[in-house]
Design a protein around this ligand. Structure first.
Ligand code: MRU
Length: 367
């Protein structure tokens, strides 16, 4: 497991309050932290992927609401307006991971139900909500780990894409949590980590955290997956998700969809592991998921390269995510259990009464 000083998000309640982030843009070379003291700084950090991964973005944003500058002399209306402004700002940081909006919705609900609270009491309520979002995420990741380990038990060589581990969550991760679980119970595993162009989250982050944990990991370029599968070197694929539509279509890091197609072609299981905070039951299918378009420079100047890898004047496209249709997903693993061949009906059955961007009822979870 990653050391305590590598927790992706930490928070200190002030004044001054600080959202303390592991700077993931510097890994694996440097273990440095960035201290965010206002909403603009945190917005910039989320945009630049200092903190990244759907659940970690949500946790960081929840704490980020507490960076709002308020004081006891302000009127209740001014205080609430200031909090709302921070929430509106943070909501523009990244569009795809629904956990961001889910967490900010929870913080908004606290503010909107705060009638009669003084500044300190409201701040304490907001703090308690952010801590709950953080600790629930740890719990959800553990539960995903337990469910997912049952699913992955028959397999040894597992391919994953991007980073859906401790760095992307409060702890342990989603797609990587079952791997930690299996490793800790003595199961012999070997993980292939796709390097994950263009920002190399697989090579830089997944390889780093699995290596720290003593789990054997081999980095491969994204384009190697097909031939590795054909050669029988991969038994199963597991990935995380940034947003899952009500029919089970799942957005995840660009390059996930071709892996699902390859897995189907080679008769391999393709698993998606995500907490229910990643479900967006308010949208019908993957076509409605907003896909973040990032700067062309991430492609023209790959991580660590100062000179251009693409001739000047040539067009470049850089979508950060793609959508895997539900029919290519063997099973969806959430903290509530495993949904085999997920579809609209099975997802609704697992999440009765939930609609768009409402929080999970973790206390009712089994597993
Ligand atoms: O752009 P990133 O690095 O934030 O993308 C992250 C992913 O695609 C992860 O797989 C996803 O957020 C799940 S993290 C548990």
């Amino acid at each position: 497991m990653i050391p305590e000083d590598a927790r992706s998000v930490r928070f200190r309640l002030g004044p001054p309050s600080v959202v303390d982030l592991l700077d993931q843009t510097k890994l694996p070379g440097e273990l440095t932290r960035l201290l965010c003291t206002d909403g603009e700084m945190l917005h910039d950090a989320i945009t630049r992927l200092v903190v990244r991964g759907a659940p970690a973005i949500g946790v960081a944003a929840a704490y980020g609401v507490l960076l709002t500058k308020v004081d006891p002399d302000m009127s209740a209306e001014t205080v609430r307006r200031r909090y709302r402004e921070t929430i509106a700002l943070l909501a523009t940081s990244r569009p795809t991971a629904v956990n961001l909006f889910w967490a900010l919705d929870r913080m908004t609900n606290v503010i909107e139900s705060a009638d009669g609270l003084n500044v300190t009491a409201l701040r304490d309520r907001l703090h308690a909500e952010a801590v709950a979002i953080d600790t629930e995420d740890v719990d959800m990741c553990h539960r995903i780990g337990r469910w997912g380990s049952e699913v992955l038990k028959p397999h040894r060589n597992i391919l994953t894409h991007c980073n859906a581990g401790s760095l992307a969550t409060s702890l342990r991760g989603t797609a990587l949590s079952p791997l930690y679980h299996l490793h800790e119970s003595g199961h012999r595993l070997h993980v292939f980590a796709d390097e994950t162009r263009p920002l190399m989250q697989g090579a830089r982050l997944t390889a780093w955290e699995l290596h720290q944990a003593g789990i054997p990991v081999t980095v491969c370029t994204d384009s190697m997956a097909g031939s590795l599968m054909r050669a029988g070197q991969i038994d199963a694929v597991i990935v995380g998700a940034d947003r899952i539509a009500s029919n089970g279509d799942a957005a995840n890091k660009i390059g996930t969809y071709p892996l699902a197609v390859l897995a189907r072609h080679h008769g391999l299981p393709f698993y998606v592991a995500a907490p229910t905070s990643t479900l967006d039951l308010g949208i019908p299918d993957g076509d409605a998921i907003p896909i973040e378009m990032r700067d062309a420079s991430e492609v023209t100047h790959p991580v660590g390269h100062h000179s251009a890898m693409v001739p000047e004047g040539v067009a470049v496209t850089n979508p950060a995510f793609d959508v895997t249709p539900a029919e290519l997903i063997t099973a969806l693993i959430t903290e509530l259990g495993v949904i085999h061949e997920p579809d609209r009906e099975s997802i609704a059955r697992q999440n009765p009464g939930r609609s768009a961007r409402t929080g999970p009822n973790v206390s009712a979870a089994s597993g």
